[in-house]
Ligand binder design. Structure first.
Ligand SMILES: Nc1ncnc2c1ncn2[C@@H]1O[C@H](COP(=O)(O)OP(=O)(O)OP(=O)(O)O)[C@@H](O)[C@H]1O
Length: 286
C-alpha cells in the first residue's frame, strides 16, 4: 500500500490492470469550477473570448473542443491566471480566482501546457519535484511531498527516467513528465492543453485511464474527439471565441455540431463506453 497523498494522485477510482494504478486515500477535494460570462482579449484588441459561461461540479471532467484559433488555449490561460479576464470571472469553490494569493491559486490549479520548456537544465525527478513548490515552506519538502513525487512519477511511467535530463527526452516522455509534475502538485483543478500531443497509442489509452481515475476536476483541450469522448463527462465546443455548445458528451458531439464547428461531415457511433468517429470533407471540397 503506497503512502497516502493529499489528493487524487492516489486515485480512488484508479483503473485495474493499469501501469498507473496505485491505490491510497485522496485527501484534497476536487474543486467546483464556475466560469461566468468570461471575456478576454489582448490589450486594445478585439475580444478573443466572449461571454463564456459554464459550471463543473467537483470531480467532473471537461473536454474543450473547437477548430484552430477558436480560443481554447486562451480559455485555459484564464483558468490558470495567465490571462486576466476583461469581463466576467472564474470561481474555484466560490472564490474569485483573481482574489486568491498566487501560492493559494498554485495549490489549487495545475497546468500541463503545450509549450514544454526547451533546454530545461534539470533531471526528470527535479522537474517533477518542482510541482511541490506551492506546498513547500523554505527548503522543507516533507515525507508526504516525497510520496507525492514518487507516486506521480510511477503513475506516468517516468520513474525509470528519473535521472535523465528533461531536455534529452522524447516528445512523449516529456509530456508524461509534465503530467507527473502537475500530479505531484496535488491540485483540485487540473488543466491540460492537448495532453495527447506526442503520446503513442498505448500511452494515449493509459493517459485516458489515468485521467478517468483521478478524483480531480479536469479541463482539457482536445483535438482528438475519440479521446475526448473517452475521458470526459462533458464537452464544451468553442467557435470564434464563443460557446457553441456545452453538455454531456453524447449530446454535444453530434454530426450537426461537428459540421457547424469544424466544417466537416462526421459519422458518430457509440462504441463501448465512448464514441467512434469518421470524418469527411463536405461535398464540393473533395
Ligand atoms: N496574446 C495574444 N495576442 C494576440 N492574439 C492572440 C493572443 N493569444 C491568442 N491570440 C489569438 O487568439 C486566437 C485564439 O488563440 P488560441 O490559442 O486560444 O486558439 P486555440 O483554439 O487554442 O487554437 P489551436 O487549436 O490552434 O491551438 C488565435 O487567432 C490567436 O492568434
Amino acid at each position: 500500500m503506497p503512502a497516502a497523498t493529499r489528493n487524487g494522485i492516489s486515485a480512488r477510482r484508479a483503473p485495474p490492470n493499469s501501469r498507473f494504478t496505485s491505490g491510497g486515500d485522496a485527501l484534497t477535494d476536487p474543486v467546483r469550477l464556475e466560469v461566468e460570462n468570461l471575456s478576454w482579449g489582448p490589450d486594445g484588441r478585439a475580444p478573443i473570448l466572449s461571454g463564456v459561461s459554464f459550471t463543473l461540479a467537483p470531480g467532473e471532467r471537461l473536454a474543450v473542443v473547437g477548430p484552430n484559433g477558436a480560443g481554447k488555449s486562451s480559455l485555459l490561460r484564464c483558468l490558470y491566471r495567465v490571462n486576466r479576464p476583461t469581463a466576467g470571472c472564474v470561481r474555484l469553490d466560490g472564490a474569485d480566482l483573481r482574489t486568491l494569493k498566487p501560492r493559494d491559486a498554485a495549490r489549487q490549479v495545475a497546468a500541463v501546457l503545450q509549450e514544454a520548456p526547451g533546454d530545461f537544465p534539470f533531471t526528470v525527478r527535479e522537474m517533477v519535484e518542482a510541482g511541490r513548490t506551492p506546498h513547500v515552506a523554505g527548503l522543507f519538502r516533507g515525507a508526504s511531498g516525497e510520496a507525492a513525487v514518487a507516486d506521480a512519477m510511477n503513475r506516468m511511467a517516468v520513474d525509470s527516467l528519473a535521472d535523465r535530463r528533461f531536455s534529452t527526452l522524447s516528445g512523449g516522455e516529456k509530456q508524461r513528465a509534465l503530467i507527473a509534475r502537475a500530479l505531484a502538485q496535488e491540485p483540485g483543478l487540473l488543466v491540460l492543453d492537448e495532453p495527447t500531443n506526442h503520446l503513442d497509442l498505448r500511452h494515449r489509452l493509459e493517459a485516458m485511464e489515468l485521467l478517468r481515475g483521478l478524483d480531480l476536476t479536469i479541463v482539457a483541450t482536445l483535438h482528438d474527439l475519440d479521446f475526448a469522448s473517452g475521458v470526459a463527462g462533458k464537452v464544451l465546443a468553442l467557435a470564434h471565441g464563443r460557446l457553441a455548445a456545452f453538455g454531456p458528451v453524447r449530446e454535444v458531439l453530434t454530426p450537426e455540431l461537428i459540421r457547424a464547428c469544424f466544417d466537416v461531415e462526421a459519422e458518430v457511433e457509440p462504441w463501448r463506453d465512448r464514441l467512434r468517429f469518421g470524418f469527411l470533407l463536405p461535398e464540393g471540397n473533395t
